[in-house]
Design a protein around this ligand. Structure first.
Ligand SMILES: Cc1cc2nc3c(=O)[nH]c(=O)nc-3n(C[C@H](O)[C@H](O)[C@H](O)COP(=O)(O)OP(=O)(O)OC[C@H]3O[C@@H](n4cnc5c(N)ncnc54)[C@H](O)[C@@H]3O)c2cc1C
Length: 392
């Protein structure tokens, strides 16, 4: 049933691709400057989507002096708005070191505080993450990492059960993961949206692919002319007719906001689920992972899974305050992707952040900006060219 939905999205995309102009020789010159429509507007870059990907890209392009227009649905429903906002250099049961972890952290540890100052807002909360081991095998896998040089700067205190805060259940112990923390994504995005609105750089609209006319020297969407359009649509890129071969495999996730009766503030913790402090006695708790659905609604079974699973790591009673859900733009493989369409140079994309948008979106937006404006090559493992090569 859910697979059928994803297939339907892909089928629509395929049908439209067939009717679209994809060979650069066939592209019309739009004569953008000559054939002006009434009330036509001209910008440098249109960005589709104001999640983390689109917001960060808009930020760097605006900083470079570009005239940017971000187009986002009025009811912005991106996964960035429900994300718990955790960032950490180590992922998964085996504590895999993420792509370019040290360089990416060097970047965001400067970037987010600078953005806070610029926006006069607080949303960046660096703090070691308490990784609670689920069993002895889990602990052993992490213990092996401790012996590897590349991990030494990311692993802090190793805690036995008795040393872990009483609020947590940790019979197999825990370790502190350094250079971790959280970003309050919704306040950040709301704040940036207001800034874009104040600069007349945001339009609340649904981008309909059939309304986009890419040409040799730019593109037109409705009555707006632009040099390029960058798609940052999150999981909805599955329906994008110009980028059919990207390895997106969206994953639905439920997340709860809970209150915990505790006198002490608890740190970010990750055991069976994660727990992120959001102020007072409130915490975000989650999340679930369900593949191949485009139904954004919170699921009752997802809520139940989190509610029933939390006591495996949390000893204190809690109350559910709210329940949200989103769809992560997860990828098959390891890297997000970004780049320029090989034939339609005015069409670009940045996507595939999976559950790591907080860590990667600013860094990759910066790389993409350098690529678009200063012709700096993208790292091959990110560049979408690899997926087009596979097709030919
Ligand atoms: C439950 C849950 C918990 C998560 N926790 C974390 C976490 O702790 N840490 C972390 O780093 N990540 C987390 N994530 C993942 C994170 O949300 C993603 O990595 C990241 O936010 C994706 O950003 P994005 O901008 O690519 O997509 P999105 O945030 O989905 O944004 C896409 C935007 O494009 C808009 N859009 C799409 N199509 C159109 C169109 N045709 N016209 C106009 N607008 C359009 C959408 O409305 C949306 O605003 C979590 C996700 C979920 C669901």
């Amino acid at each position: 049933m859910v697979m059928a939905t994803a297939t339907a999205i892909r089928t629509t995309r395929k049908a439209f691709t067939c009717q679209s102009l994809i060979g650069s020789d066939n592209l019309p010159s739009l004569n953008l400057r000559k054939a002006r429509m009434p009330h036509a507007r001209s910008v440098d870059d249109i960005i589709v989507g104001q999640g983390l990907a689109g917001t960060m890209l808009a930020h760097f392009l605006l900083q470079a002096g570009r005239r940017v227009l971000v187009v986002d649905r009025a009811a912005a429903d991106g996964s960035s708005r429900v994300a718990a906002g955790i960032y950490t250099p180590l992922a998964g049961k085996r504590a895999a070191l993420l792509w370019r972890a040290a360089a990416v952290l060097d970047f965001i540890e400067v970037f987010y505080p600078a953005l806070e100052s610029e926006l006069n807002a607080r949303f960046y909360f660096p703090h070691p993450l308490l990784r609670i081991f689920k069993n002895e095998a889990h602990r052993a896998a992490w213990q092996r990492r401790r012996e590897q040089d590349a991990y030494s700067c990311f692993l802090g205190a190793w805690l036995e059960e008795a040393e872990v805060a009483e609020a947590f259940r940790a019979p197999h112990g825990a370790v502190q993961v350094l250079r971790s923390g959280s970003v309050a994504t919704k306040p950040l995005l709301d704040c940036y949206r207001r800034r874009l609105q104040a600069q007349d750089a945001l339009m609340e609209a649904d981008m309909v692919y059939e309304e986009i006319s890419p040409g040799r020297d730019g593109l037109r969407w409705r009555n707006i002319e632009a040099e390029r359009m960058v798609f940052c649509e999150g999981f909805r890129a599955l329906g994008n007719p110009w980028f059919p071969a990207l390895p997106l495999r969206p994953t639905h996730g439920d997340i709860l906001t809970i209150s915990i009766a505790s006198d002490d503030a608890l740190p970010i913790a990750h055991g069976e689920f994660f727990l992120v402090p959001v102020g007072g006695n409130r915490y975000r708790a989650g999340a679930t992972y369900l593949r191949d659905t485009d139904d954004l609604r919170p699921r009752a079974d997802g809520r139940r899974t989190i509610e029933e699973g939390l006591p495996s790591m949390l000893q204190l009673p809690f109350r559910v305050r709210s329940h949200e859900a989103g769809i992560r733009p997860t990828i098959i493989g390891h890297h997000p992707f970004a780049g320029v369409h090989p034939q339609l140079k005015s069409l670009c994309i940045a996507n595939g952040y999976g559950s790591k948008g907080v860590l990667f979106a600013p860094y990759i937006a910066h790389l993409l900006t350098e690529h678009l404006l200063r012709k700096q090559p993208l790292p091959a493992e990110l560049d979408i060219q690899q997926y087009f090569k596979e097709q030919t």
